[in-house]
Design a protein around this ligand. Structure first.
Ligand SMILES: Cc1ncc(COP(=O)(O)O)c(C=O)c1O
Length: 356
């Protein structure tokens, strides 16, 4: 029987591709003829090895990973990376503050040592990110420049990688696997999987091996908080989130089948264009992010009135569209149109916007 599915605009955990869910369902009781579920396998078994290796390889292929970089699967969400980055790369990092998550990363780094806020759009309610013309003043000797490529709450997204003399660290949690990214200038990319890449419980890391293979930090840093610990043990220092990694592998293969990151980006752009056009043309709605910073992942908009926004959410829910209430820090409305949200869901939302 075909399951009745909602139009899922949740910000995270978000929609997963139908084809992936069907594979999970098919494999759930008997993974690959082994007579048990992937959740019941030993992470060190011969049955599980191709699953984690395959997930790692699929991400490597998507990002055309050079030999200088590697993929790790960690736990603790993107939030743990706010601490692991300064613990491993050193204090004195430079932070571009484009929203709540960037602020949290900065605050965590300041618990560990010094950290510099070198740019902020807080005064404009985080409605935009720096354009390519903005020269970011990274203090001399800063071990890294940290930025958040997509700001889930505010619906803003970088269109470029910040040019900087320092190595880059990127929180790509909410646009990972949604468009091509050249990983070469990055010392570290991290992404909680639960938006585009899989279920919650695993954080995907792409690290420069000189960072992940050699720990140069304070020796009092617990082993579990060192990239080198995880890298030297192929992300099996302790029991990894085996099920989440399995699903991430399936999602990465699904993205490959959509034409890889280029194909995915084309579809995501088409979905976002359709939605922003409907918002811009409607007299009843306005976009919340500055047009030059608009995200292709999280579309923030409003009627300009709290009660009307709430009424819109209710009308949408009656039509099986969920997750449209804006984040409590910003208010308004938000449609998260991650990779797995089909064009048909965006069209349904656009129809509703046009009818208001
Ligand atoms: C950009 C960004 N960074 C970090 C986080 C925190 O992620 P986690 O809940 O995996 O710690 C989120 C969560 O929504 C996010 O959107």
């Amino acid at each position: 029987m075909m399951a009745k599915r909602k139009h899922n605009f949740n910000a995270g955990p978000g929609a997963l591709p139908m084809a992936v869910l069907q594979t999970v369902q098919r494999d759930l009781l008997d993974q690959g003829g082994h007579g048990l579920s992937v959740m019941e396998m030993s992470h060190r078994s011969a049955a599980y090895a191709p699953i984690i290796d395959g997930a790692r390889a699929a991400i490597g292929e998507l990002y055309d990973l050079p030999d200088t970089h590697e993929v790790l699967f960690l736990q603790g969400g993107a939030s743990l990376q706010f601490a692991m980055v300064p613990l491993n790369l050193g204090s004195g990092g430079a932070y571009v503050n484009t929203g709540v998550w960037a602020t949290k990363a900065l605050k965590e780094a300041r618990i560990i040592g010094e950290a510099h806020e070198i740019w902020s759009s807080a005064a404009e309610n985080f409605g935009h990110v720096p354009g390519p013309e903005v020269a970011l003043a990274v203090p001399e000797g800063a071990p890294y420049l940290h930025f958040t490529s997509n700001n889930t709450i505010y619906g803003t997204q970088w269109d470029h990688v910040p040019p900087a003399d320092a190595p880059l660290v990127g929180d790509l949690s909410s646009d990972f696997m949604s468009r091509p990214v050249d990983v070469t200038p990055f010392d570290l990319i991290y992404a909680g999987a639960q938006k585009n890449a899989g279920p919650s419980g695993v954080t995907v890391i792409i690290a420069r091996k000189t960072v992940s293979r050699r720990f140069g930090g304070d020796e009092r840093t617990p082993k579990i908080l060192r990239y080198a610990t995880h890298a030297s043990q192929d992300s099996m220092f302790n029991t990894p989130p085996t099920f989440a990694i399995y699903v991430v592998g399936l999602v990465a293969r699904w993205v490959q089948a959509q034409g890889g990151l280029e194909g995915m980006a084309r579809t995501n752009e088409a979905k976002a264009r359709l939605l922003y056009e409907a918002i811009d043309r409607s007299p009843g709605f306005e976009g919340m992010a500055r047009p030059d910073s608009r995200s292709r992942m999280n579309v923030t908009f409003t009627t300009g009135d709290k009660a009307r926004d709430a009424a819109f959410v209710q009308r949408a829910e009656a039509l099986d569209m969920i997750g449209l209430k804006g984040h409590r820090d910003l208010g308004g409305l938000r449609a998260s149109i991650y990779n797995a949200v089909p064009m048909a869901s965006v069209e349904a939302l656009v129809d509703l916007i046009r009818s208001v």
